[in-house]
Design a protein around this ligand. Structure first.
Ligand SMILES: Cc1cc2nc3c(=O)[nH]c(=O)nc-3n(C[C@H](O)[C@H](O)[C@H](O)COP(=O)(O)OP(=O)(O)OC[C@H]3O[C@@H](n4cnc5c(N)ncnc54)[C@H](O)[C@@H]3O)c2cc1C
Ligand SMILES: O=C([O-])CC(=O)C(=O)O
Length: 339
């Protein structure tokens, strides 16, 4: 008999990671995931899915390192298992290159990717406009495969999935859930009235170029080329406060020009598709809990949203953090329950 009920709002990579963490760790909880969009229609489906990130300014670096490490360790184990192709998780080696020396020559996550090193002058000769570079192996997640696989894993752990828009947290409180977990990404703007969340529009192309084996990421990720399981993702754009979900042909042309200057053979690649996503951006990702008065009840709400361009990279680590917060809420409600 399941004694407690938890509802997770969000069917992207953050929602499914969080729901799986809770359902697998707390078998006495009944966990329901509610979302109005699922794969292939989420922002997560558009992500290049590479594990790389920049730090959030006001969150302790050790905590962000832990989130990165927990996510990459979790995904590396999948990439090296027989589940790898179904889950869409693969190792990816390549170069991050800079025209000017970056402030951080060694990023905060360098110890958690594999074989991180500064590129030699000989390696850099291939990129004559660039002065500096880093070589390493990280993980790439084909998000649409990963989301399907995570949904299966969630159902196997007893989780239930409902397709529905939540207009107000009050609706969930009326249904009697003990804890609400908010992984609604950009949706948090209206769902919990967070005016700090804003879109950063990103457009990418999928091209057929099976001869490309290594990723190339220019500077802070304005341009990138990521070979994957089914195609090569080339991007990108970072248009702040731009809500357009339509493909912009000028962006496509610009992306192809920028990426072809990094990898000239791309001009021979066939374009398979173009997609647009709105990164759920926020100065700092929000992973915290609060008590919210919904009708006559004080209901614990755990937030996990606002990952910007790093939602795949931090998905498992922030999900584990959210699980810890859910545990605390349940402890406080049922002090003697075995949590
Ligand atoms: C072009 C591009 C490239 C990217 N590349 C990378 C990358 O290489 N690496 C990386 O780490 N990240 C990358 N990102 C960022 C990544 O896509 C996001 O950080 C991530 O997808 C956020 O996941 P999420 O689950 O929070 O949001 P989403 O995927 O947007 O999911 C939100 C979910 O909440 C649901 N929802 C919202 N409001 C409600 C409501 N009121 N009721 C019901 N359901 C609701 C939605 O239906 C959806 O299911 C990229 C993004 C873009 C656009
Ligand atoms: O920056 C990258 O390399 C990919 C990414 O996360 C994004 O476009 O948001």
């Amino acid at each position: 008999m399941k004694s407690m009920t938890v509802v997770v709002v969000g069917g992207g990579v953050v929602g499914f990671s969080t729901a799986v963490c809770i359902a697998e760790a707390l078998p006495y909880c009944s966990v329901t995931l509610i979302a109005d969009r699922f794969t292939p229609d989420t922002t997560s489906d558009v992500a290049a899915g590479i594990l790389i990130c920049s730090p959030f300014p006001d969150i302790p670096l050790e905590q962000q390192q832990r989130w990165f490490k927990e996510t990459i360790d979790h995904l590396l184990a999948i990439a090296q298992s027989e589940q790898a192709s179904e889950a869409g998780v693969l190792l990816s080696s390549g170069w991050q290159i800079y025209k000017e020396l970056p402030a951080d020559k060694v990023p905060f996550w360098s110890a958690f990717v594999l074989g991180f090193r500064i590129m030699t002058d000989r390696e850099l000769k291939r990129f004559p406009d660039h002065k500096f570079g880093q070589a390493f192996t990280t993980v790439k997640c084909e998000c649409s495969n990963y989301l399907r696989w995570m949904e299966k894993r969630f159902r196997k752990a007893g989780g239930q999935v409902v397709k529905q828009k939540v207009n107000d947290l009050q609706e969930l409180s009326s249904q009697g859930y003990d804890v609400i977990v908010n992984c609604s990404g950009l949706g948090a703007k209206s769902l919990v009235g967070d005016s700090e969340v804003y879109p950063v529009r990103g457009q990418i192309l999928k091209v057929q170029a099976p001869w490309l084996q290594h990723f190339i990421r220019d500077g802070e990720g304005q341009s990138y080329i990521y070979p994957g399981m089914h195609s090569v993702t080339v991007g990108g754009t970072r248009q702040v406060d731009d809500w357009r979900l339509e493909v912009d042909p000028e962006d496509s042309q610009d992306i192809l020009e920028r990426c072809s200057s990094l990898e000239p053979s791309l001009s021979r690649a066939r374009v398979l598709g173009v997609s647009v996503g709105l990164r759920p951006s926020r100065k700092n990702v929000r992973v915290e809990r609060e008590m919210v008065l919904l009708g006559s009840r004080q209901v614990p709400v755990v937030h996990n949203y606002g990952h910007g361009g790093w939602g795949v990279t931090l998905s498992w680590g922030t999900a584990l953090e959210a699980l810890g917060l859910v545990r605390k809420c349940l402890h406080e409600m049922r002090p003697r329950a075995r949590l």
